[in-house]
Design a protein around this ligand. Structure first.
Ligand code: FAD
Length: 546
């Protein structure tokens, strides 16, 4: 259990330790390569900063230092950063990770440790230069470890206890067998529980249920001191909230208890087109304020961002040609996407799921007449819609390319300015393919401000927007996309938009302080309490420069 030192004492201790760690690591960085030669009793597989004594632990044979292991932990989905760890640990139990973290915490010179889910970060966030990357998915292959257990009690209803290295697709498939499913999703399901809970985990269901971090009842965490702690809203609640959206800074999630609800079998899936941004956002905001839709998102269609892309192939060839002719009249078309679940396993929850019922939900919306598209899909097919696009790109060798993605949260009061400055002025004037561009609102009251996740500061606004500019350098030079991101961020800064980065990436302390705003003090204090030697997730570059 973390001990509760007075905050001021903690902060002073933290500052002293930070200084010492920094000084010692500078001093030893040139001599660290000789660490292994201190002893001849162990054949030492690493040539960098890890102490050879690590090999005395009984996890020694779960370390991998071969080229393949190091290579795969030194790169991520973004392909923009490359940092080699000294070793990769494929844990066979939670205790293996406890032993590793405890060892580092008690070492004279601690080494860094990054839990890695799927490595679907885009800026090296799950990397640990010269440290140890823990492949969380390895735990899945050990029977004695937490698998996926579907349980329930009268107080919480149904829930799943899931290992931190499992993927959301794993939970979906396991829970559907019980007629259940999690309530809050990401657009893509091959992401890890620990990875999305360290950020927020958002998709079209978040307006209604909140992000994935709002739908967790309990977690087991290994803190930066190597303590294994169970936490929830009631027990060790500060650690619970710190870890949710905590960018991996306070502990490694080894188990999460995820809320479930009854799963439908099928969905009605609708897209509507707009040429006017203000009608589009008005309708989106209306839809997230009513009780009815199960999913609301939106995206841009431009010559540079075609209607069908790897995120989903929704439109038929004839729809696509109608949309192309619309694009000769408008440079940007806004596409509103709504889904209604139906055909529940129990057959009791099927209220308003006829076509007429769904269309009634959309009454009064101002989409372009005739540009209303509807299809039906299985629940699994809908939730897993990005997978087929991924497999297609993989087959063409176009998935493993650089992805300089930019994700932002924008205050609703400034979304019109954002449209004018970014969508119209910057993105639609590019002649290059910009990839999918997402824009949809979220309800602020579904986010818990005690978590570490950062959203726009405008507390009086009930909603804010999420924006995703998801380009890949499959067709466009990476530098063009990087410059475009820079231009967008500079515009937001200059216009005082008050946007916050989702999956934040900064290189200076000032920028991090600015990102957290008034919550920076709490973030620091939590770091001092749960990871005082700054061991965990160094790839976020908040407390370390690498
Ligand atoms: P990693 O990249 O491996 O890790 C991310 C961070 O979490 C790192 O700092 C890591 O050290 C830390 N971490 C990982 N596991 C743990 C753990 N068990 N305990 C503590 N810390 C841990 N996000 C959305 O919110 N919505 C979307 O719709 C969405 N769609 C996406 C679609 C695609 C195709 C891709 C590639 C990503 C998408 N994402 C989306 C982004 C995704 O949420 C992030 O990449 C996130 O980091 C999860 O990826 P991961 O599981 O691979 O985590």
């Amino acid at each position: 259990m973390p001990k509760a030192f007075p905050t001021s004492f903690n902060m002073v201790l933290f500052a002293i330790i930070s200084f010492l760690v920094f000084s010692i690591s500078i001093e030893t960085s040139s001599s660290s390569s000789s660490l292994c030669s201190w002893t001849t009793s162990f054949p030492c597989p690493w040539t960098t900063s890890l102490p050879p004594e690590l090999l005395t632990l009984d996890i020694a044979n779960r370390f991998h230092t071969d080229k393949t292991a190091i290579e795969s932990a030194s790169i991520d989905f973004g392909k923009l950063v490359r940092l080699n760890p000294a070793a990769v640990l494929n844990p066979s139990s939670v205790q293996d990770i406890v032993n590793l973290v405890e060892f580092s915490y008690n070492s004279p010179i601690p080494f860094s440790i990054a839990a890695k889910g799927r490595g679907h970060s885009v800026r090296g966030q799950a990397m640990a230069k010269n440290g140890v990357v823990v492949e969380m998915e390895a735990l899945k292959h050990h029977n004695n470890e937490i698998g996926i257990r579907v349980l329930g009690n009268p107080k919480l209803g149904f829930y799943a206890d899931v290992g931190g290295g499992h993927l959301w697709i794993d939970i979906l498939l396991a829970t559907l067998g019980h007629g259940l499913a999690p309530v809050s999703w990401t657009d893509y399901l091959f992401l890890s529980i620990g990875g999305t809970l360290s950020n927020a985990g958002i998709s079209g269901q978040s307006f209604r249920f909140g992000p994935q971090i709002s739908n967790v009842y309990e977690m087991d965490i290994i803190t930066g001191k190597g303590e294994l702690v169970t936490c929830s809203k009631r027990v060790n609640s500060d650690l619970f909230y710190a870890v949710l959206g905590g960018l991996g800074q306070f502990g490694i999630i080894t188990r999460a208890r995820i809320a479930l609800q009854k799963a439908p079998n099928r969905v009605k899936w609708i897209r509507m087109l707009y040429e006017d941004f203000s009608s589009f956002t008005r309708d989106q905001e209306h839809l997230i304020s009513i009780d009815g839709p199960d999913y609301v998102e939106g995206s841009l269609i431009m010559n540079q961002s075609p209607p069908n892309n790897w995120r989903s192939s929704f439109f038929s060839p004839s729809d696509q040609s109608r949309i192309s002719s619309l694009l000769t009249k408008h440079t940007i078309i806004y596409c509103l996407e709504v889904v209604k679940y139906y055909d529940y396993v129990d057959n009791l929850t099927n209220i308003n799921t006829t076509d007429e019922g769904v269309e009634a939900l959309l009454k009064g919306l101002s989409f372009l007449p005739g540009f209303f598209f509807k299809k039906e899909e299985s629940f699994v097919g809908f939730l897993n819609r990005v997978r087929s696009g991924e497999l297609e790109l993989q087959a063409k060798g176009k998935w493993d390319v650089p992805h300089p993605w930019l994700n932002l949260f924008v205050p609703t009061s400034r979304i019109m300015d954002f449209n004018a400055g970014v969508f119209v002025d910057i993105l639609s004037k590019q002649s290059n393919n910009t990839g999918p561009i997402l824009v949809y609102p979220l309800n602020r009251n579904k986010w818990d401000e005690r978590t570490s996740a950062v959203i726009p500061a405008e507390e009086e606004e009930e909603t804010f927007y999420t924006i995703g500019v998801l380009g890949s350098s499959e067709e466009v030079d990476m530098k063009i996309l990087e410059n475009q991101n820079k231009e967008i961020l500079e515009f937001c800064e200059k216009a005082g938009i008050g946007a916050k980065q989702y999956f934040p990436h900064y290189t200076t302390k000032k920028d991090w302080m600015n990102h957290f705003g008034s919550r920076w003090g709490t973030f620091l204090q939590r770091k001092a309490q749960y990871d005082p030697r700054m061991i965990l997730s160094p790839g976020q570059r908040i407390f370390t420069s690498i």
